[in-house]
Ligand binder design. Sequence first.
Ligand code: ADP
Ligand code: MG
Length: 358
Amino acid sequence: MTVRWAAPGRVNLIGEHVDYQDGLVLPFALAQHTSATVERRAGDQVVARSRGQENAFAVSSSPGEVEGWAAYVAGVVWALRDEGAAVPGLTIDLDSDVPVGAGLSSSAALECAVAGALSDELDLGLSPTALATIARRAENDYVGAPTGAMDQMASMLGESGHALLLDCRDLSTRQVPFDLSGAGLTLLVIDTHAEHSNVGGAYADRRSDCEAAAAQLGLSTLRDAEVGDLPRVTDAVHRRRAQHVMSEIARVQEVATILDAGRPADIGAQLSASHVSLRDDFEVSCDELDAAVDAALAAGALGARMTGGGFGGCAIALVRDGDVTAVEQRVQSAYDRRGWRAADIFAATPSHGAHRVG
Ligand code: ADP
Ligand code: MG
């Protein structure tokens, strides 16, 4: 039997750098997706193929034994085995149109597609949340990337025309209506192509800044902090980091409320305020992201922000349909003026999460 699953990439509408502080995030699944076609084969090897490359590894491989892109596949097999599944020899063919390494979660798309296909092939009957957990363990415990739960949850649980409000404290979720086309709106994703060095080190620093601020307030995370607590954080840098986390969680709640009321055109101010907070208080933006946001706003975008971890990757801009061309042109001419490679700009459609396609 052959089983094929498709799982989408995602973009985070708002709620940045709050997942590891038990905060709220509001991502949605993209139309761009990765498909995984799984078939049994004789023996105890997994043969994975993607982008013209083939990599074979033992079904019983442990973390550290498979490197490179195939580690994401091996991680899912390992996590399923670790949960007690008997995994036979397999052939896994991957195909994807999710941009890789751009902050749109091609890694989660791959993991979720493989996890879903294996669950069906092996009759494991795992729920979407259980599959997201398997996929996250592949990324955290096998590949070794210390990411939160957002990417895999968005890829598994996304619904078309909706964003997913995810509470990172208990992984509870709620679908929030996000009908762009019905409101005459376009959400542009602007891939800056920028990649800055030492992103991992800066990410670890931001996490420890937040932990220090929470500890000073006698809290395990900043989720429970209140605005009046801020002056008690004595270190000025830690205080600014905490200010970002607390204000960002409040913005996520505001955006969810506005979207619940069916007014997607009115979330622009929160998106732009998120960018300013990430740029000034959390200090994770960069020139390419700032230039994309500034140009989009100057050309009439209702709101714009960096999305993802920062220091490169993508920005998003909420734009009235009639202003799309002007925004695209303004961003590209800002990039051209600075001598940067043109950005990739596309319209994001809130789409259905991972599902079986064959
Ligand atoms: P992002 O998830 O933002 O795209 P990551 O660095 O988390 O960036 O994951 C990108 C990595 O995931 C790639 O370098 C590659 O190892 C792996 N990957 C993602 N999609 C594919 C694919 N279709 N085929 C092979 N490897 C992939
Ligand atoms: Mg990733």
